[in-house]
Ligand binder design. Structure first.
Ligand code: 13P
Ligand code: SF4
Length: 354
């Protein structure tokens, strides 16, 4: 839907008044009405890398979700202030691994006698606490665009990986990109004693997957893939690796949001695509590429936005920019110093991956 012209004008005026003092980052899942004001758009890797690209900006307005804003705070200097336009923009997947649960898991691994062989690899979609745990235990962060490189690195450091919190990205990368089998993976359920696993199962596993998932990508099923292939003969199915393993196994292409955009840019006119990721992005791409004769549809029949990404809307952005322009620092995301130090270690290992 078109943005309210009055709000568009207010956002533009506030941003102009702030000038170089503000740097606006926008994740690809953001609404059109918000993304039009982003200085940089990207997947979670690109936004983590670019957060520090404007050291002169006093305010970094992060149009995305809480864990992304935390990562930006960790990776930028102390006098840069990271702002999240709506503090309720969290991520249900990141919430599936708490610091207490992960500490308990490490105790379970220690009791099974395998903790020394285990390297933690944590998906960007996790709290700063989980990133700090990862850094403390010699592990790295990864995103959907470098998960294979992160696992390659981790298996040079140790024999086993604890992958958290997204079981699907962990399993898909291990099986699809690393040649492991499904039997090499076990799922640690933080709601069960000992994760629901025996010490023997833990000792036999190469990948210990945390039982977390993305509810948005979890809605795509093998049926969605089969239906769209029937409906649109010759369609290319392109999905995000947060989808279930059976969906990824049935797809033609798999990759991060940035990969999805690049694949569609390179696609020939007349090609047909069904995309399994968040709907704001799919709609934007469908509109963008329709004039070039590329047919792009959403993989599922029912709509699925990420409700927390969608919390950042134009009214919240206007309120944020106007507050900052008036000198009121609102909605600051600030990670405490000790957490930051260890989380930064893990994030820097990711940024240094070959
Ligand atoms: P990417 O943009 O890194 O592909 O991540 C998708 C996502 O779910 C972010 O929350
Ligand atoms: Fe979290 Fe999924 Fe939304 Fe990404 S799309 S922010 S993983 S709930």
């Amino acid at each position: 839907s078109p943005s309210d012209p009055d709000l568009v004008e207010r956002a533009r005026a506030a941003k102009e008044k702030l000038g170089n003092k503000v740097f606006v980052l926008g994740h690809h899942y953001q609404r059109d009405e918000v993304i039009q004001f982003a200085d940089v758009t990207g997947d979670s890797f690109k936004l983590a890398r670019d957060a520090a690209a404007r050291p002169e900006a006093e305010y970094i307005v992060f149009c995305g979700v809480h864990f992304m804003a935390e990562s930006a705070d960790i990776l930028t200097s102390d006098d840069q202030k990271v702002v999240l336009p709506d503090l309720a923009a969290g991520c249900s997947m990141a919430d599936m691994a708490t610091a207490e649960q992960v500490a308990e898991c490490w105790d379970v691994l220690t009791e099974a006698g395998i903790a020394e062989q285990v390297v933690p690899v944590s998906y960007m979609n996790s709290s700063a606490d989980i990133k700090a745990f990862t850094g403390k235990h010699g592990g790295t962060i990864c995103t959907s665009s470098n998960a294979k490189r992160a696992l390659d690195w981790a298996f040079e450091q140790g024999e086993k990986v604890l992958f958290l919190p997204d079981q699907h990205l962990g399993r898909n990368t291990a099986v699809r990109d690393m040649g492991m089998s499904l039997e090499d993976c076990v799922v640690y359920n933080p709601h069960k004693p000992n994760g629901g696993l025996t010490a023997d199962q833990l000792r036999a596993a190469k990948m210990i997957l945390w039982r977390g998932h993305c509810s948005v990508h979890g809605r795509f099923s093998l049926d969605s893939v089969n239906d769209v292939r029937e409906r649109i003969p010759g369609v290319n199915v392109l999905v995000h690796p947060e989808c279930k393993h059976e969906v990824v196994a049935a797809a033609d292409y798999v990759g991060s949001t940035e990969y999805i955009i690049k694949a569609l840019e390179a696609a020939p006119a007349g090609s047909k695509w069904a995309i399994g990721t968040e709907l704001n992005l799919v709609r934007r791409l469908a509109n963008r590429f329709a004039p070039e004769g590329k047919e792009i549809v959403f993989l599922d029949k029912t709509v699925c936005f990420c409700s927390t990404m969608n919390r950042i809307d134009l009214p919240h952005l206007v309120w944020t920019l106007e507050s900052l322009a008036e000198g009121n620092l609102v909605n600051r995301i600030e990670v405490d110093k000790e957490t930051e130090a260890f989380a930064k270690l893990a994030l820097e290992r990711m940024l240094a991956l070959p």
